[in-house]
Design a protein around this ligand. Structure first.
Ligand code: FAD
Ligand code: SF4
Length: 510
């Protein structure tokens, strides 16, 4: 036995760098469902089912291709409940000369693996993860010397690097880098949103559902109606489904929120891209191809590609550039605990109830629900970054520290002082009313701000603006908000602040 090759639950592709140069008759692959990884946060039950089932399918595929795979299935009585314990046992059993792995997506585990060569007394080779389009070093070189990082400029670099949506003259296709201005339509039911792509659970998935229901009963969410893809073929079919039925309207309704539709025109591909079932570059190429073939408009295709080539790569770059200090940031000095209704969905705020309930059922909510509903509320309410980050890490099937943390701590909570985003995405109920049909079904009245039945987002918004004057009054993108606030009648301002204070003291009652 020459090498042990550790493959983690979000590295489920035969193209993973840890397998480069490996040989089936010589090396042994190790995969493990361990308690430590499955329970360091309150992972949604559907996320556990997705990962355990996709891991089991992947191990089967490797065995079918003559690989020797040591696979530890989850059992609460397993004596080896951390990856380190599993590897240590494998080293003892096989006398392997070396451990090879691909860098993981989390500082916590990365710090552990970096110590294994000492703790396990074996050479450990940690290879770069070339599923990402930019290496960590490329991002660090780009970021060097910049006080604030702006995704848009990094995204253009990535367009140039990959040639995606670049014309033969090397300019952006369609004559613009960014078509975001076209992507802000409200959705009022037409055209109808496509049904989500579904895969019926096979025997392996049904076993895992049973296991998760039995041993992770106290975790968030439900396994009911599990319909995720767990193989690359099914994930490819999900991509095709998206391109055929949702991509043409993705751009128009990218920012829309609906009271009746959970998925709208979003791809719902992030769980697959993040765990290795889909390759991000291949996904972008498939979308670009749809534009060249006239199957989807440029605002949809560019908008979609920007999310992956731009935002996804950008947040990953920031994570690795600034961890572990980044996780401690709290520049707005927030100290409020996360309201309990984030875990139950039991609130009379219709928009919050709908976003949390969809999250509980699906382990999914689309970007605008995450950013402008649950995220916006946490920002306005001054929730501790640590609490809200833990929540986002737990509740979504696509959540991994490298992508969740910058999105929540930086984009939503502005806790990094504006390093990731130039202004906080704070908004009153007016924004949610403009982009959704929730307010018509809500206990609260979006047109009121100080009365008992007034939309809580309204007073909380002005309280946020008022209490953070020192942080934002000098921000050119916030100046208008401060002018609007200062122009309001002093009695109205007092009433708004009083109403907000009451709400902040009684968050659990909302
Ligand atoms: P689509 O809307 O179809 O977008 C296409 C793809 O673009 C996604 O699949 C995803 O791979 C990528 N993408 C889009 N926006 C982002 C972004 N801001 N950062 C990184 N990738 C992006 N995404 C995660 O993958 N994991 C997370 O844990 C996560 N946490 C988030 C927390 C908050 C508070 C916010 C505001 C965003 C978060 N995102 C996260 C980003 C984004 O919301 C999800 O990627 C997206 O909702 C996934 O659904 P989709 O596949 O239907 O995306
Ligand atoms: Fe949300 Fe306010 Fe609208 Fe109710 S009225 S749905 S709380 S924005």
């Amino acid at each position: 036995m020459a090498n042990l090759i550790l493959i983690l639950g979000d590295q489920l592709t035969t193209d993973i760098s840890a397998l480069n140069g490996a040989e089936p008759g010589r090396d042994r692959i190790v995969m493990a469902e361990v308690h430590e990884e499955a329970s360091y946060t309150n992972h949604h039950k559907k996320k556990l089912v997705l990962l355990f089932s996709a891991m089991r399918h992947f191990a089967e595929r490797l065995r079918d291709s003559s690989w020797e795979v040591h696979y530890q299935a989850y059992h609460p009585d397993n004596p080896h409940q951390s990856l380190e314990d599993v590897i240590a046992k494998q080293i003892r059993e096989t006398g392997a000369e070396r451990l090879i792995t691909t860098e993981c997506g989390e500082w916590r585990l990365h710090a552990q693996i970096e110590q294994w060569h000492k703790r396990l007394d074996i050479p450990v080779e940690i290879r770069g993860d070339d599923r990402f389009i930019a290496t960590k070093q490329e991002f660090a070189d780009w970021a060097e010397g910049r006080k604030q990082l702006r995704m848009e400029f990094f995204y253009r670099e990535m367009r140039r690097k990959t040639g995606l949506l670049m014309s033969p003259e090397n300019g952006p296709e369609g004559g613009q880098w960014n078509f975001d201005a076209d992507n802000r339509k409200k959705w009022s039911g037409k055209p109808p949103a496509p049904a989500p792509f579904r895969v019926e659970p096979d025997a392996i998935t049904r076993d895992v559902i049973h296991l998760v229901d039995e041993h992770f009963d106290d975790h968030f969410g439900t396994t009911d109606d599990f319909h995720f893809a767990v193989t690359p073929e099914d994930a490819d079919a999900a991509l095709e489904h998206f391109i055929d039925f949702a991509l043409p309207c993705f751009g128009d309704f990218q920012d829309a929120i609906s009271d009746s539709e959970d998925w709208l025109f979003h791809s719902t591909l992030s769980p697959y891209i993040n765990c290795g079932l889909l390759d991000p570059l291949a996904v972008c190429k498939a979308a670009a191809q749809a534009w060249y073939a006239g199957r989807a408009p440029i605002n949809a295709v560019e908008g979609f590609i920007r999310q992956i080539l731009g935002w996804r790569e950008f947040v990953r770059g920031i994570y690795w550039l600034h961890m572990p200090e980044y996780a401690q940031e709290n520049r707005l000095g927030n100290s409020r605990a996360l309201p309990w209704f984030y875990w139950t969905g039991e609130t009379r705020m219709r928009c919050m109830h709908k976003a949390i309930d969809a999250t509980r059922r699906n382990a999914y909510a689309h970007h605008i629900q995450r950013l402008m509903v649950t995220g916006n509320f946490a920002l306005l309410a001054g929730v501790k970054p640590e609490d809200i980050c833990d929540w986002y890490l737990a509740v979504y099937a696509d959540a991994y520290d490298w992508v969740e943390l910058p999105n929540v701590l930086g984009m939503v909570m502005h806790a990094d002082g504006g390093y990731l985003g130039s202004k906080p995405y704070a908004a009153s109920g007016k924004y949610i009313h403009r982009m959704s049909d929730h307010c018509a079904n809500c206990h609260y009245n979006v047109n009121k701000s100080t009365e008992d039945d007034a939309c809580p987002f309204n007073a909380l918004y002005w309280h946020f603006i008022d209490r953070h004057r020192d942080d934002f009054a000098g921000n050119p993108r916030m100046g208008m908000m401060y002018r609007n606030w200062d122009k309001q009648n002093p009695d109205k301002r007092t009433a708004l602040l009083r109403r907000a204070e009451y709400l902040l003291e009684n968050l659990e009652e909302l």
